[in-house]
Design a protein around this ligand. Sequence first.
Ligand code: DAV
Length: 379
Amino acid sequence: MAWSPDKTVVNSWNEWDPLKHVIVGVADGTCIPPAEPASDSKIPADSDMRGMHGPRTQDTVDAANEELDNFANVMRKRGIRVDRPTPLDFNQVVSTPDFEHGTMFGCMPPRDVILTVGSEMLEATMSYRSRWFEYLCYRPLLQQYYDEDPKMRHESAPKPRLTAESYKENYLSDDITIEERLAMVAKKDFVTTEFEPLFDAADVLRFGKDLVVQHGFTTNLKGIDWITRHFPNHRVHAANFPGDPYPIHIDATFTPIRPGLIINNPERKLPDEQRKMFHDNGWEIVDSARPAHNSPPPLCYSSVWLSMNVLVLDPKTVVVEESETFQCEQFDKMGMEVVPVPFRKAYPFGGALHCATTDVYREGNCEDYFPKLTQAGMI
Ligand code: DAV
């Protein structure tokens, strides 16, 4: 049966099949939360984010919303249904029986929170105290999809306690060198402990029957184990990118473009031994183009590699930030139609085009793109 925009169907198995229905975040009320155990190790010591907290200024919110609205409209003009979350008052204390934290964050990056696998939309545990209640912004939409699509599965991963037991004490001091930091990351020594399952949805990439999950600052091994048990019909693979000093989310590091083709951040290469699964099954992993900028915009959590945080609309079409000329050029040479949109003013609110979206419906079914693979696990 053909998909139509008036009928809600939740279905998305990968990162590239033709996109028909998507959620795009909003910037309203976004706060910079105060420091917490999970965040300090992820913000470089020389970042302008250090010591900052509180609501972002209205002029920056308006500028980000203008770019988010334009992005949504570009997709609507292409026939894609776009829904938006409902922001909360983020400038309020987050309080559970286990902890209290100064403010919430925002709801610009739905990709971090909601993982769509087939007909299921799963609320991730998250790993920051400030983001504990962020799923509430998506509840109106998820409840609507649940009511409208009898096959939709609305799931929520166990909410973590996020007490001191979930974080290593004094994990990093600011005076360690970048080499020391890289050595720790290469040893998979991350800020979170293995006390309880933790994962952000943006650490997961969907390849049909296979899910590739980054083990890093925002997802621990227990989180990957939880995902593995939760999706018994999938093969779940843990991946690491040792060159990344701040391994938070996989989507500025490893970006599948279409079956058989992935761009990989040249500073965060997938180690040789983890490439086997791709090479054995005819996948090509190419270095992504360099970012066009030397630094992220002011008060931005992410690195310049948001250049490769693109949204694939179908295997021949990709939305790219318009000033990322090298990335646009690389896709152009690959024979893709490049849809440029301005987005740098939205970056500080939670990332780029992949971060700012989450799939509701892509055409296609659950395929096996790695037929020679016999076993899941560490790739
Ligand atoms: O390179 O800063 C950003 C990922 C956002 N979801 C980076 C990772």
